[in-house]
Design a protein around this ligand. Sequence first.
Ligand code: ADP
Length: 708
Amino acid sequence: MSNSLPAKIVILIVDDSEVDRFTYIRYLQAETNRHYDFLEADTLASGLELWRSHRSDIILIDYALPDGDGLDLLTEIGAENLVSQTKAIMLTGMGDEKLAVQAMKMGAADYLNKSDLSASALRNRVWQVYDRLILSRQLQRSQQQQIVIAEIALRIRKYFKLDDILDAIVDEIRIFLNADRTAIYKFNPDLSGKIIAEAIVPPWLPCLNAQIIDTCFQENLSITYWDGRISAISDIYTANLSKCYIQLLEQFQVRANLVMPILLPNSQTQFLWGLLIVHQCSAPRQWQEADITLMKQLSVQIAIAIQQAELYQNLQLANTSLEQEIEERKQAELALQQANATLEIRIAERTAELYKRQFTLQESNRRWQSLLDNVRLVVVGLDAEGIVEYVNPFFLEVAGYQLEEMIGKEWLSHFLPEIEQKATAQAFSDNFHHYYQNSIVTKTGEEIVVAWNNTILRNESGKQIGSISIGEDITEKLKMERIKNEFISIVSHELRTPLASIRGALGLLASGVLLDKPETAKQMLDIATFDSERLVRLVNDILNLERLESNQNILERKWGDTSDLCQQAIRTIGAITAESQIQVIYNSPSYQIFADGDRLVQTLVNLLSNAIKFSPPHRQVFLEVEESTDAIIFHVRDQGCGIPVNHLESIFERFSQVDASESRQKGGTGLGLAICRTIIQQHGGKIWVKSELTKGSTFSFSIANRFS
Ligand code: ADP
C-alpha cells in the first residue's frame, strides 16, 4: 500500500528586483499541475543564507546583485552543493552569452535571458531542470541503495552468525532511511514472536526481545504476509487500522510503519519466517517507492542470510559433531595405543618373569637333580600306586641294583623283606608317616636298614601323585650302637670285678679283724694292689683302644728297620721274660718298613707278652720277620697252651678271652689283641692266628711293602 503525493518544488529566487521576483513567481504559479514553495532573497549574502538553511531544489540567480555577482553565489553553492541537491538557473542580461557559458561551466544547470523571459520559457526551463534534478536524485539514491545492498550482502558473506548479520542490517537500513526504528521480528510456530534485532535512536523506547503475543496482530495481519504482501502505513491514525492494531503500534510509539515479510523457501512453497520493520515515531512519513524496493531487496538478502546462517549452523553442528567424533576417535586411538603399550609392557614383563621363573625352575631342578644324584643318601621316588619312578645313584650303589632293575617295579613287594611288607603298607595307607624305618633287600639278598624321610608329592590341584623318600643307611650305625652297648656292659662288668675285690680287701683291713693276723692282712694288701694295677691297665687299654679307633689318621708313618723295632719290643718285655724264664728268639734279617714304629712296637709287645703269658716256663718264644712279594710279615710263635678252634675267629674282639678267670689271673684285660688288630688295620695290613691246643700258637701280621 503506497500513497505517495506529488512533492512541492522549493525555489529560491535571488534577485534584487522585487518586481522580477514577483514576475517569476507569477509565471510559475500560472501552471497549477505543479506546486511550489518560494524563498526570496535580494542580496547574495541573504540568498546564500537561505539556501544554507532550506536547501531549495532550484535557485534562480540574477547575475547582477548589489553585493556581488551571481557567479560568486554559484561558486559558494558549488563548494557546498552536491549535484543531486540543488540546481541553479542563471538569469542574465541581453547579449551576455559569454557570461552564460561561464555560468554553465561553473555548475549552473541552465541560463535564461531576462530581457526576453516569457512565462512558458521560465516554466519549461524550471521543469526541465527540476526533472533532471529528480532524475539525478533518483540515480544517486539508487546508487546509494545499491551500495547499501552491496554492503549488506558483503556483511552477510563476512558474518556467519545470524545475530551479527541482522544487527548490521537493521543498523544500515535505519541510517539509510533515516528512520527512528528498524527491527526484525521473528515468528514462532504459533505465530507469536519477538523482536530479535533492533536499531533505534533516542528518545524512542527500545523493544528488542519484546514478545508480541497479540491475537489481533496474529489473526489479522500475519496472514497477509504469507502472500508476500507489504504494509506501508504513512500515519497509523489515517490508515483505517483496527483499534487493537493501533493500540499495539502505540505501545511501540509508532506513527508511520513499513513492514516487509521475510519469506523462506520451503520444500514445496515458502514460509513466513519474520518481518522486516521500519518505524517512524516522530511524525507521519510518506514511504517512497524506492524505500519499498530497497526493503524488498533487503528482505531477500535477509532470507539468504538466514538460510546461509542455518546452513552454516548445520555445517558448524556437523563440523562440531565431526570434530567431536574425530576427537573421540583420537582419544579412543590414544587410549588404545596406551592400552597397547601397557599390554606390551605387561606381556614383556610377564615373558621376562616367565623366562625368569622357567630359568629358576630349571636351575632349581638342576640343583635338585645334582643334589639327588650326588647326595650320600638313598633317594626313592614312587608314583601314587607305589611303583618306583626314580632312584638315585647312591641307592643303586648301596643296594647293588642297576637302574632298569628298579624303575617300574612295585616297591614294597620287590625291595622290602616279606616280613616287613604288610606292616609298612599298613603304616602308609592309614596315616602317611613322614619318618619311617624299614629294611631293604639288596641285590645280594642282604638286608640293610634305612631311616626314611618321606614327602608326599601333589599336583597343582592338590591331588597326591606320588612320594619321594630320602633315607640314610643306618645298618652300620645300628651295629655300632649294639657293639657299643655290649662294650659298655662288658667294661662296667670288667671294672666292677677288680673294684669289688679291692673294696673287699680294704674293708677287711679297715674292720680291724686282721690286726692280729699280719700275714693275712698282707695278702689282702697284695690282692688290692694287684687288682688296682689291673684296673689301671684296664683303663689304659680302654682309653688306648678308644683313641686309636676314634682317630683314624693318628699314625705317624716313616721309614725304619724291622730289626730295630723287634729289638725295642724285646727290650720292653725284658722284665717279664726274666720273670717267666722264657727265652725270646729273634734271628730274622732286617727289612725297611714304612710304618708308625711306636705302634708296631706296641703290637709286638702285646703279642710277645701274650705268648710269654700263655707259655709254661722255660719254653721259647720266636719272633720272626719275613718279606713276601708285597708285604713284610711278622710272626710271634710260642709253645704254649694254644687256642681252641672255636675261639680263633673271636679272639681279636674286645674282651674276648678263652678262659676269662685264668686270663684275669694273669693280669689280662681282654683288649690287647683288639688293640693289635686296630693298629694293623690302620696300617692297611692283616692280623691272624694259627694255633694248636697244647702245642702253641702263631700270631702273624703283615704290613704292605711300599717298595713292591
Ligand atoms: P689278655 O689281656 O687276656 O691277654 P688279649 O686280647 O691279649 O687279652 O688276649 C685275649 C685272649 O686270647 C687271652 O685271654 C687268651 O685266652 C688268648 N690268647 C692270647 N694270646 C694267646 C697265646 N699266645 N696263647 C694262648 N692263648 C692266647
